[in-house]
Design a protein. Structure first.
Length: 457
């Protein structure tokens, strides 16, 4: 299950007075009306260039076991389940304009990178049924989920009919024969693509999400949007001939290290393993911080509690960085100094980790917004220089669009009108893929423009 987006669209600090890192006289937030730029064609990503699996096989063996034999709620799975034989995928009903292209793209990657026997079909007997459902209907049955996958059903109507029955229970499954993936029909092209990546991978492979793993879509922090090299390695191992439906954790533990040595020989080295345990109290605090229907005061309190737990446990991995990021995000409206300190702490942590470039780029975007709002165009340009390549590599169009918007304003402040126009136009092309609709895109551009200290005066 993919949670409703925590990081996308990115929350900017808006208004000059609110964003300035140093004390200065307050002045009204500039009111810039939504812009009317003629929008260019939507941009889409080309040949995938996913983040490679770069951690030790010992660490990734443990990850495989925890992903494959646990549910997100902490419940153990007695055996692993998978499809035995070719896997077919079919779209049920109408689909959004970009969905079929993105589904074909992820299926092609699963064949080429994970070596799965998977293909599209139009038959009613498909292994995996993909159905696009209005967000309002999805939230009636799963309020916190952006999208999700269910076993033993073939449609959303079928799922609703069996909602209280035993059919959707993964813990009773020993072999997968048919599952259904439910994707929001009325979200941005990027959110739909992100759901296709994660939910199709969970439809055929591991079911768990783990906050401790930095380089995966199987992590509810939502930093990664498309399947990574680690994810493909896990799926390839999941369908190795030595494993099968009904394999227990103990049996898999004896087999998986050999599989990873075969598929990832460069990972055969010793390295210290991070703390595997993520306390449920920390997870609940993070979910409260970003979950729907929660008062702002309770959100920030929960974020600070998550940071306390991370500190107490001595974490130095992405969980500590995410705790700092949560405090920063939720402090913007009430305590800008606290937010800035937490962003700096998060950046320092992410930059010490080999697989956290995309995590750092989210922080860089926020810091670039701070720099732009205080007229520090050179700093904003430096930060976007660093962050834009990571956003491109991770195929995060909404983040890329926002970075380019900030860069455009910084170039304009620096006197580079042609560079500013080019960055602005590119941002709109990516924004048409990353944002829900053109009105939302134009509003975001207006918000970024309002950050510049010479606007609205």
């Amino acid at each position: 299950m993919r949670l409703r987006p925590l990081l996308i669209p990115v929350v900017l600090c808006l208004g000059v007075a609110a964003c300035a890192p140093a004390p200065q006289p307050a002045r009204p937030t500039p009111q810039v009306p939504p812009l009317t730029d003629r929008l260019p064609p939507m941009k889409q990503f080309g040949t995938p260039n996913p983040l490679a699996a770069r951690r030790s096989n010992d660490e990734m063996s443990r990850d495989f076991l925890d992903l494959s034999f646990m549910m997100e709620n902490g419940e153990a799975l007695p055996v692993m389940s998978r499809f035995e034989g070719p896997i077919t995928v079919a779209i049920r009903g109408p689909s959004p304009p970009t969905a079929e292209h993105d589904l074909d793209r992820v299926i092609r990657r699963l064949r080429n990178e994970a070596k799965l026997d998977i293909s599209r079909t139009t038959r009613d007997t498909a292994s995996v049924a993909v159905e696009f459902v209005p967000v309002s209907q999805l939230r009636e049955v799963a309020p916190t989920a952006a999208c999700f996958v269910v076993p033993r059903v073939t449609s959303f109507a079928d799922y609703r009919a069996h909602l209280r029955g035993p059919e959707p229970d993964w813990t009773t499954l020993t072999q997968r024969k048919n599952v259904a993936v439910f994707i929001p029909a009325d979200e941005s092209p990027q959110e739909i693509r992100d759901c296709l990546n994660e939910e199709l991978a969970q439809a055929v492979g591991p079911l768990n999400d783990l906050y401790r793993i930095p380089d995966t879509v199987f992590n509810d922090d939502n930093f990664h949007n498309i399947l990574t090299g680690f994810d493909m390695l896990m799926l390839r191992a999941y369908y190795a001939p030595e494993l099968h439906s009904g394999t227990t954790r103990e049996q898999a533990a004896a087999i998986v290290p050999t599989l990873l040595q075969r598929y990832n020989p460069k990972g055969s080295y010793s390295a210290a393993l991070p703390d595997p345990e993520t306390p449920r109290a920390w997870i609940r605090a993070i979910e409260t911080s970003f979950g729907p229907g929660t008062a702002d005061s309770r959100r920030i309190t929960a974020a600070k509690h998550a940071l306390q737990i991370a500190t107490k446990n001595g974490w130095t991995d992405t969980r500590m960085g995410f705790s700092q990021f949560a405090v920063a995000r939720l402090s913007l409206d009430g305590d800008v100094g606290q937010a800035l300190d937490a962003y700096l702490n998060a950046a320092r942590i992410f930059r010490t980790l080999p697989d956290a470039d995309i995590h750092a780029s989210h922080v860089d975007m926020q810091m670039a917004a701070f720099a732009l709002s205080s007229g520090q165009a050179d700093a904003a340009l430096m930060l976007t220089d660093v962050a834009i390549p990571a956003a491109r590599k991770s195929e995060n169009a909404s983040l890329l669009a926002t970075l380019l918007m900030i860069r455009s304003e910084a170039l304009r402040l620096s006197g580079d009108k042609s560079g500013a126009a080019a960055a602005r136009r590119e941002s709109l092309g990516w924004g048409r893929y990353g944002y829900k609709n053109d009105a939302e895109l134009r509003s975001r551009l207006a918000e970024v423009q309002a950050l510049s200290p010479d606007r609205g005066l």
